[in-house]
Design a protein around this ligand. Structure first.
Ligand SMILES: [Fe+2]
Ligand SMILES: [Fe+2]
Length: 232
């Protein structure tokens, strides 16, 4: 036993009390009820993010839609994993994860915004990620060393959110390197019109060639963007 543990007998005695509290010991320095409340708000935020990304995944259309759809799905899956981790921590602390759909949007820090075009969707997701980044930074400062387990969990989630924001920033650049606007719809990838006649294929080919030319123009500026452009 390390020498900094001065009274192991006292610790053993305390550990044997209130064993029904599980992971929450007398020495937990945070306010358990407040932590559960904060985490339930984070849970609502993650669920709203899953819903928004899934809507965008199914509705993404246009010449760049295929690459962007995959990213939306990947992010939706990551947000779902975040929700699982947060719900598990709430349960560990003796609370109940609040999945009540009636109050989800009110409790969520991020908004549910559909977006009219592909670039709108990317912008809405990027704004939501930037909101979540700021909120989680505040949570990390709040938990500090009062609840290191919750803090470390939020730190891990924050790192994913920053990666999401960076990915979205690259995707916004790809939709149009100058303005972030999409350049028109690809008839062959529209979910409500999946006709693939010869004319559609020809139009799609012409649009994709134009998109490749455009993404190639400004490749030198950013290593990540270069990497993303190569995927397209
Ligand atoms: Fe998340
Ligand atoms: Fe995210």
């Amino acid at each position: 036993m390390p020498s900094f543990v001065t009274d192991v007998e006292e610790i053993r005695k305390r550990a044997a009390q209130k064993i029904e509290d599980g992971a929450v010991t007398n020495t937990y320095q945070g306010d358990v009820e407040q932590t559960i409340s904060i985490l339930n708000d984070a849970l609502a935020t993650e669920i709203v993010c899953v819903l928004r990304y899934m809507h965008h995944y199914f509705m993404a259309t246009g010449v760049h839609a295929m690459a962007v759809r995959d990213e939306f799905k990947e992010h939706a899956d990551a947000e779902r994993e975040h929700a699982d981790k947060i719900a598990e921590r709430i349960q560990q602390l003796g609370g109940k994860p609040d999945f009540n759909p009636a109050s989800l949007v009110q409790r969520s820090a991020s908004q549910y915004a559909e977006g009219k075009s592909l670039s709108d969707m990317i912008k809405e997701d990027l704004i939501a990620e930037r909101i979540v980044i700021e909120v989680y930074q505040q949570m990390i400062r709040h938990f500090a060393d009062h609840d290191p387990t919750t803090r470390v969990m939020i730190e891990g989630i924050l790192s994913d959110e920053e990666e999401h924001a960076s990915d979205l920033s690259d995707l916004l650049f790809i939709t149009d390197p100058r303005s972030g606007e999409t350049e028109g719809e690809d008839p062959g990838t529209h979910p409500l019109d999946m006709r693939s006649d010869e004319r559609s294929r020809q139009q799609r080919g012409a649009q994709q060639s134009k998109a490749r030319e455009n993404t190639g123009v400004s490749k030198g500026n950013n290593r990540n963007r270069k990497k993303r452009a190569a995927k397209i």
